[in-house]
Design a protein around this ligand. Structure first.
Ligand code: IDC
Length: 479
């Protein structure tokens, strides 16, 4: 006993020194304290999922490295998220990504991992933040009753990830969704409407999506839906597929932990032919659908806004990408972008009949419709009203301003639009939940540098309006 304890101590000291030595130069050194809450979320034969929530009790830091020791070297992190995970002996180090590195004083962030369970309970000790031992109270593990590894069944194909909370969240009430006729139905086979927000490009506004902002979306806005816009071009996915896949996966976990539906948007825009990105789409959707196959809250949007391309080409793309998703996640809802920036063809002189007469050959599919309220008005509303009686529509993106994402907030047209969507039970996500200076962004510039995303004080006029619409009761049917 004494010998192994001594070995653990030695390992911890050596690795802690290493951690401090590899901190990037840009990291502030002043983290004077931290508090860690550790939880074993689930466990199975030989493995477990851990959740670590760290609160910075010291000076603000931009870029963090959290270290801790497992009781023995047989306990290893096998897969982690929301950080870059490494392990040396018993010492585990989790380094922030750029999108979650900012940790103001008293701010918290949550990270998670799956690990191997060997011997003692995998309850870490010696937590440190940026090389400083945590001097705040450390809450030990909760919910782990035994000292022996449990003997429940191992997980099936996908790794265990964030379990959704039970109770009154949108996902807890509605469960796995499916397309029913022209509607989106919940687990009771009753039509529902989901209302929520879209990120801006996560390559630019990643710092806006964190525990505090997702808490605000779930609890203050009472949103149902979080759309994750992963641009493919414009400094997006094509520049680093692994990093963007990880970032999307992490954002899905943030939504899942709050019982929100996560809409994964493969944000093609320029070039407008989705087939330009066909192989990338297959690779990306194979990865994310495998990762989230066991969840019931993930919706896949496979092509943001096709443009300058025929409906036939879009349909051909969809019929190659959908089987990749269904191979991992057979019951998921998939949304297909429509011609002319997801306008059902209207913006290029067409109309909804091209889709109605030649639908995608797959089940559980919906069609995207996008609008910008100041630019797209009566003739677009007429197309939606007609199409809604024939095909399932999902407004995966809309703005309250003009099609550039800027210009005056058009409250009158936005109100007419949202009333129409409400009356047809068409789900929607507003562009954007970000602090971009443009008028379509809900948050005031600079909001994402701080820790508060709740209330109207952080919102532009468009954000105030959209929040007031989203926060009205959902009244989801429960039988
Ligand atoms: C816009 C952003 C803007 C960014 C631009 C880059 O608002 O900040 O510089 O993309 O491409 C869409 C697109 C969406 C656009 C948005 C507003 O899906 O990417 O975002 N819009 O122009 N379709 C119609 C409008």
């Amino acid at each position: 006993m004494r010998r192994s304890a001594a070995l653990i101590m030695a390992g911890a000291v050596g690795a802690a020194g290493l951690t401090a030595a590899v901190l990037p130069q840009t990291m502030a050194s002043a983290a004077a304290g931290c508090r860690v809450e550790y939880r074993i979320v689930s466990q199975w034969q030989g493995g477990f999922q851990g959740d670590v929530r760290v609160t910075n009790l010291g000076d603000p830091i931009n870029g963090w490295s959290l270290g801790f020791d497992f009781p023995n070297t047989g306990q290893r992190v096998t897969q982690g998220w929301s950080a870059t995970w490494t392990q040396s002996g018993t010492r585990v180090t989790a380094a922030s990504y750029s999108w979650n590195g900012n940790l103001p004083t008293n701010a918290s962030t949550s990270i998670g991992f799956t690990g191997s369970w060997s011997g003692a309970n995998p309850v870490p000790t010696n937590y440190s933040l940026n090389g400083h031992l945590c001097n705040g109270p450390v809450t030990p593990t909760t919910g782990v009753p035994t000292s022996n590894p449990p003997t429940s069944n191992p997980p099936t194909s996908a790794p265990p990830t964030t379990p959704p909370p039970t109770g009154t969240t949108p996902v807890a009430i509605n469960g796995q969704l499916r397309v029913c006729g022209v509607n989106l139905c919940n687990q009771f086979n009753r039509p529902i409407q989901l209302r929520g927000m879209s990120t801006h490009g996560i390559q630019w506004f990643g710092s806006c999506y964190n525990n505090a902002s997702l808490d605000a979306l779930a609890n203050d806005w009472k949103a149902d839906l979080f759309r994750i816009s992963m641009y493919v071009q414009e400094e997006g996915y094509e520049t680093n597929p692994t990093a963007f896949t990880n970032q999307v996966n992490n954002l899905v976990e943030l939504a899942t932990a709050r019982g929100l539906y996560a809409l994964i948007d493969f944000h093609i825009l320029t070039p407008g032919d989705p087939n330009f990105n066909l192989e990338r789409a297959k690779t990306f959707f194979a990865a994310v659908s495998a990762r989230h196959a066991n969840k019931n809250n993930v919706i896949y949007e496979i092509a943001n806004e096709p443009n300058g391309v025929s409906w036939g080409s879009i349909k051909s793309y969809a019929e190659q990408v959908i089987p990749v998703i269904r191979g991992n996640d057979p019951d998921s809802v998939v949304i297909v972008g429509t011609r002319a920036w997801s306008s059902l063809g209207v913006s290029e002189g067409g109309n909804e009949t091209e889709v109605i007469n030649n639908p995608v050959n797959a089940t559980n599919v919906m069609y995207a419709f996008h609008f910008y309220a100041a630019s797209h008005q009566d003739n677009y509303r007429a197309a939606v009203s007609r199409a809604a009686t024939r095909i399932p529509l999902f407004v995966t993106e809309f703005g309250t301003v003009d099609y550039t994402g800027s210009g005056p907030f058009d409250q009158a047209s936005s109100t007419t639009w949202i009333n129409l969507l409400d009356s047809l039970k068409i789900s929607y996500a507003n562009w954007t939940f970000s602090d971009h200076s443009e008028s379509s962004a809900a948050l005031l510039p600079g909001t994402c540098n701080g820790g508060n995303y709740s209330g109207t004080g952080v919102l532009k006029p468009s954000g105030q309006f959209i929040r007031s619409r989203i926060m009205t009761p959902d009244n989801f049917p429960t039988s």
